[in-house]
Design a protein around this ligand. Structure first.
Ligand code: NAD
Ligand code: AHE
Ligand code: ZN
Length: 377
């Protein structure tokens, strides 16, 4: 048993509290990690706020981290102390029915206990100094200086990559780019619309540029998000609160050509978590072949709807978790792409904070002032 410093979510809707907590060492198949840096993703805010039906308290949130292996439990063979790793909220056991299917990245080996805030053996490694158990979050809990994770939920990455940048590959970068490449399968010359130009949406735009899309329409209620999106490849911007008529009509008009009187984008992406936006994203996609990908995570009780006619007439509604990426296989490649200059990360990390100031990161997100705030330990 050791002590470490963590930002603890004691109750839904309350700021996180920085405190010393107890952390038990790794059991069989587990690994103790020193977290060096962690991003703050909107999904952490979704759970902190109480909107997550799986939200548990007290818990240590955070799922976008990078760190160093300190100790391995019995039977761990693929990692050793000193290895650099990125925690995976979507593990890759390579043995379960889902992994073996080759059809999904959604490994099911430990999803049950992960959703209960527990390690695979059904217990928690974190507790308050008075012994009260603290739940794990998304199997990661990166808002702690140290955490324990299953071996199958850690991607080993090269050791010359900076933690304060590659932590973002643990969620936002991979989700955004992966949604384009793995989930949508965007082709050269495509047209696309991206709803929400935050930490995920900008990476969708970056992925669209890599895939060779010709038209990349960004949609956000915050005009300030347009400048960065342009740098990443956005060709047109729509602020739905500043136009007459609907955003779907605006996008359809933008994409009409002499040959195509119908209009509509080949691919659309929701990166807001708002169910009305998800509907707009589907309905601005092209009759006959439009593919709309839901990335955003919606609050407990929210439901999506559209007229079935939208699907009868050939539109496809899809969703994606972690951009369809297989963590242990794909994450090291994303790190290489970053180190080789094929993808950009640095400019999206708009703020660096210490753990003590982590609540400022949530305030910046709410104020629409940050893309990614990264906490460095
Ligand atoms: P963010 O706060 O950085 O960005 C959200 C953006 O959406 C902001 O720029 C905001 O102004 C814009 N927005 C909000 N409401 C809008 C509306 N009605 N119309 C247009 N724009 C609107 O958040 P993020 O970190 O980029 O996360 C985006 C969403 O993706 C969240 O729901 C998050 O939980 C989810 N997410 C899902 C996955 C996954 O694997 N599926 C991974 C990461 C994040
Ligand atoms: N707990 C929520 C669902 C949250 C959710 O969909 N999470 C995504 C990752 S978001 C990362 O920022 C995910 O991986 N989903 C697949 C899974 O198995 O959770 C709820 O609504 O219950
Ligand atoms: Zn995330």
């Amino acid at each position: 048993m050791m002590r470490t410093k963590a930002a603890v979510a004691l109750e839904a809707g309350k700021p996180l509290e920085i405190m010393e907590v107890n952390l038990e060492g790794p059991k069989a198949g587990e690994v103790l990690i020193e977290i060096k840096a962690t991003g703050i993703c909107h999904t952490d805010e979704f759970t902190r706020s109480g909107a997550d039906p799986e939200g548990l308290f007290p818990s240590i949130l955070g799922h976008e981290g990078a760190g160093i292996v300190m100790e391995v439990g019995e039977g761990v063979t693929t990692l050793k102390p000193g290895d650099h790793v990125i925690p995976l909220y979507t593990p890759e056991c390579r043995e379960c029915h889902s992994c073996l299917s080759g059809k999904t990245n959604l490994c099911t080996a430990i999803r049950g206990t992960q959703g209960q805030g527990l390690m695979p053996d059904g217990t928690t490694r974190f507790s308050m100094l008075d012994g009260t158990p603290i739940y794990h979050y998304m199997g990661c809990s990166t808002f702690a200086n140290h955490t324990v994770m299953p071996e199958i939920a850690l991607a080993k990455v090269r050791d010359d990559a900076p933690f304060d940048k590659i932590c973002y590959i643990g969620c936002g970068v991979t989700t955004g780019i992966g949604s384009v490449i793995n989930t949508a399968g965007v082709e050269i010359g495509s047209t696309a619309a991206v709803f929400g130009l935050g930490g995920i949406g900008l990476n969708v735009i970056q992925g669209l540029r890599m895939a060779g899309a010709d038209v990349i329409i960004g949609v956000d209620l915050n005009d300030d998000k347009a400048e960065m999106a342009k740098k990443f490849g956005m060709t047109h911007f729509v602020n739905p609160s500043k136009i007459d008529g609907s955003v779907t009509d605006a996008i359809v008009e933008l994409t009409k050509t002499e040959q195509d009187a119908f209009g509509g984008v080949d691919y659309s992406f929701d990166a807001t978590g708002n169910v009305q936006v998800m509907r707009d994203a589907l309905e601005c996609s092209h009759r006959g072949w439009g593919v709309s990908v839901i990335i955003g995570v919606a609050p407990a009780g929210a439901e999506i709807s559209t007229r079935p006619f939208q699907l009868v007439t050939g539109r496809v509604w899809k969703g994606t978790a972690f951009g369809g990426a297989k963590g242990r296989t794909d994450v090291p490649k994303f790190v290489d792409w970053y180190m080789d200059g094929k993808i950009e990360i640095d400019s999206m990390i708009t703020h660096k904070l210490s753990l003590e100031d982590i609540n400022e990161g949530f305030e910046l997100m709410h104020a629409g002032k940050s893309i990614r705030a990264v906490v460095e330990f």
